[in-house]
Design a protein around this ligand. Structure first.
Ligand SMILES: [Zn+2]
Length: 540
C-alpha cells in the first residue's frame, strides 16, 4: 500500500547538508548530554532531573516548553515555529530498576546505592538524545534558510510501562500534527515496515482490609486476648490468592498462538510489622501485551474476576486503577521509504577503536577470548526495511499483524509516523546460542564511543526526514494520502481507532513506583544502601 507518487527522488540538498554539518559540529555537546542522562538512570515516572535537563536545554534553544504536560510531572511538550506544517518527534529518558551498572568493563553496580538500583537498558538515554538532536538540527536549518515549519518535541516519561503517550494522546497533544519521525535503538540500522508494535495494557489491583475484626466470631473464643483470635487473612493473602489464581487461569485466557504475555509486579505488600494484625494494604500490578485489542479486553475480564474472588476469600475489598492502555501500531510505508532513503544518504555507522578496545575488555572479564571485531556485523550495516520485516516475521503466524509493544504506537494514529531504528552496540557471541549477561549489554549502551555513532545516525535521519516533510509538499502529501487510506479518512475516519483512555484520565504518578529518595542517610535508591553486597545475608 503506497500513497501518491513523489515528484522526484529524495536527494541531499543544501538544507540537508547544513543540518548534517550542524550535527557534526555539535556532536561533543550531545555526547555529553546523552551520558548525563545515562548516569542519572531515573526510573519510570521519576525522571525529575532528566526532564529538567531537557526542558532547560530546549528553552535555551528558543522552544516554548510546557512542563508537566498532561498532568505528568516528568513529561513536557516543546514547540517551535510560527507557520507551516507541524512535524515532530519525542524523547524518552526512563531507566529500569534492577539494572544498575557503572561505566566499567566488568559487572559493577553504581557506587553508593543498592546494587539493584535502576540503569538504562534499551537505552532510552540514546533514544531521547537522537530525537533531540534531530529536532534541533531541523530547527537551526529552518531558521538559517528562513523556511516555514513548526516543530514539536514531546518528553515522554515511563515508556517501560507505556505510561505517557496514551495520556498525551487522550488529552489531545498530538492533534493537528502533520507527521512524526520517531526512534528506537536496535541491533540493526533500519526503519519499521508493516509489522508495528501491539497493545500494552496495565492495571493495579489494590486489596484493603477495612474491618478485620468482623472476620472472626468472638463468641467462640475460650479466652480473650490479642493473640488468641484467628486473624483475618487480609491484604497479603488476597494478593497471593490473586497471583496464584491468575497463574492457573492464564492457560484459559487465549490459545498458544500469536505472542502474548502477562506479567506482574508487587508495588506494596502489607507492610505489617506485627504478626498478629491483619495486613491492611497490598497492591499488585498486571501488565499484558498482545496483538489484538479484543484479546487485551478478555485478559482484563479474567483478571478482574480473579481479583473479586481473592477479595471474597480473604476478608478484603479490591479496587482497580488503570496504569495504561495502548492501541496497536499503524504502518505508513511512504514514511518508511522516506526515512530509509535518508538513512542511506547518511550511510552506515562505524565504531571507533576506543569502542572495540572497551568491548574486548568486557569479553576478557567474561573469560572470553577478545575478538578483532567484538560487535555484530548488523551494527555497522544498513538493513533494508523489507529485510528487517522478513526477519521479524519469521516467528509470527500470518494472521498476527502486530508484535510486542511500545507506546510510540499512539503517535501512529494521529499523523503519518515512521519508526527509525539505529544501532546500539551488540557484542558478537563467541558461539551460536551464547548470551551475554545483561550488564555487558547495558554498559555498552552507556559508553560514548560505542553508543554515539548510532545516536548520530538517528539524529541525522530524523533531521533529514523532517526537512523533506517540511520543504517538499509531495513528500508530506504521499504520507498523508496513505494515512487517510489506512484510517478510512484520517483522524476519526471509518477505520481510525480513538485513544483508549478517557480525556480526563489521571496518570498514576502517585503510586509507589521505585525511585531515588533522600533520607537522614543521604541520597539513596528506595531500597537502603546495604553495608555489604545486596544486604541479603548468607546465601542458602
Ligand atoms: Zn524502549
Amino acid at each position: 500500500m503506497n500513497g501518491d507518487p513523489l515528484s522526484g527522488p529524495i536527494t541531499l540538498d543544501e538544507h540537508k547538508r547544513f543540518a548534517l554539518d550542524w550535527i557534526e559540529r555539535n556532536r561533543a555537546r550531545f555526547s555529553d548530554f546523552n551520558l548525563q542522562i545515562w548516569n542519572l538512570a531515573e526510573p519510570a515516572w521519576r525522571e525529575y532531573r532528566s526532564a529538567r535537563l531537557y526542558s532547560d536545554l530546549l528553552r535555551g534553544e528558543e522552544f516554548e516548553v510546557e512542563e508537566g504536560s498532561g498532568g505528568m510531572p516528568t513529561a513536557f511538550a516543546a514547540s517551535w515555529g510560527k507557520s507551516g506544517p507541524v512535524v515532530g518527534s519525542f524523547s524518552e529518558f526512563d531507566a529500569v530498576p534492577g539494572n544498575s551498572q557503572a561505566l566499567v568493563p566488568r559487572r559493577e553496580p553504581r557506587a553508593g546505592l543498592h546494587p539493584w538500583a535502576a540503569g538504562h537498558t534499551d537505552p532510552h538515554s540514546a533514544l531521547g538524545t537522537s530525537a533531540l538532536l534531530g529536532v534541533l538540527a531541523t530547527k537551526v536549518t529552518l531558521e538559517h534558510f528562513g523556511l516555514p515549519g513548526r516543530l514539536r518535541l514531546f518528553g515522554e516519561p515511563a515508556e517501560k510501562m507505556c505510561g505517557s503517550k496514551p495520556v498525551h494522546a487522550a488529552k489531545g497533544y498530538y492533534d493537528g500534527c502533520d507527521a512524526f519521525v520517531v526512534h528506537h535503538p536496535n541491533r540493526d540500522n533500519s526503519v519499521c515496515h508493516e509489522t508495528h508494535c501491539g497493545a500494552y495494557w496495565s492495571a493495579v489491583f489494590t486489596f484493603e482490609t477495612p474491618e478485620p475484626e468482623r472476620w472472626i466470631d468472638a463468641s467462640l473464643l475460650p479466652s480473650a486476648g490479642p493473640h488468641a483470635a484467628a486473624r483475618c487473612p487480609g491484604a497479603i493473602d488476597a494478593l497471593c490468592l490473586m497471583y496464584t489464581t491468575t497463574k492457573y487461569t492464564k492457560e484459559a485466557m487465549f490459545p498458544h498462538t500469536g505472542t502474548w504475555t502477562l506479567n506482574e509486579f508487587v508495588l506494596a505488600a502489607g507492610d505489617a510489622t506485627s504478626d498478629n494484625l491483619a495486613p491492611r494494604f497490598a497492591q499488585i500490578q498486571y501488565s499484558w501485551r498482545s496483538p489484538l485489542l479484543e484479546v487485551q479486553q478478555r485478559i482484563y475480564e479474567v483478571l478482574a474476576n480473579n481479583a473479586r474472588s481473592a477479595a471474597a476469600a480473604s476478608g478484603t475489598v479490591v479496587s482497580v486503577r488503570w496504569v495504561t492502555k495502548t492501541r496497536v501500531g499503524l504502518p505508513n510505508i511512504a514514511m518508511t521509504d522516506l526515512c530509509f532513503a535518508n538513512m542511506r544518504m547518511v550511510g552506515a555507522p562505524s565504531f571507533p577503536d576506543e569502542a572495540r578496545a572497551f568491548a574486548r575488555q568486557v569479553q576478557s572479564s567474561l573469560g572470553l577470548k577478545p575478538m578483532d571485531n567484538p560487535f555484530v556485523d548488523a551494527n555497522e550495516q544498513l538493513t533494508e526495511p523489507a529485510a528487517f520485516e522478513a526477519n521479524l516475521r519469521r516467528g509470527l503466524p500470518p494472521w498476527q499483524r502486530n508484535f510486542t509493544s511500545d507506546d510510540y504506537v499512539e503517535y501512529t494514529w494521529h499523523a503519518p509516523t515512521a519508526r527509525v531504528f539505529t544501532m546500539r552496540p551488540v557484542l558478537r557471541p563467541p558461539a551460536p546460542g551464547y548470551a551475554y549477561p545483561a550488564w555487558a549489554y547495558n554498559v555498552m549502551g552507556g559508553l560514548p564511543a560505542a553508543i554515539d555513532p548510532g545516536v548520530l545516525l538517528g539524529g541525522k535521519t530524523i533531521a533529514l526526514s523532517l526537512l523533506d516533510l517540511l520543504t517538499r509538499p509531495d513528500v508530506l502529501a504521499a504520507a498523508q494520502a496513505e494515512f487517510r487510506q489506512r484510517t478510512g479518512g484520517g483522524v476519526r475516519g471509518a477505520q481510525w481507532v480513538a485513544p483508549l483512555l478517557p480525556q480526563d484520565f489521571a496518570a498514576p504518578v502517585d503510586l509507589r513506583w521505585p525511585e531515588y529518595v533522600t533520607t537522614a542517610r543521604g541520597e539513596e535508591w528506595w531500597l537502603p544502601t546495604p553495608a555489604s553486597g545486596a544486604g541479603t545475608g548468607e546465601r542458602l
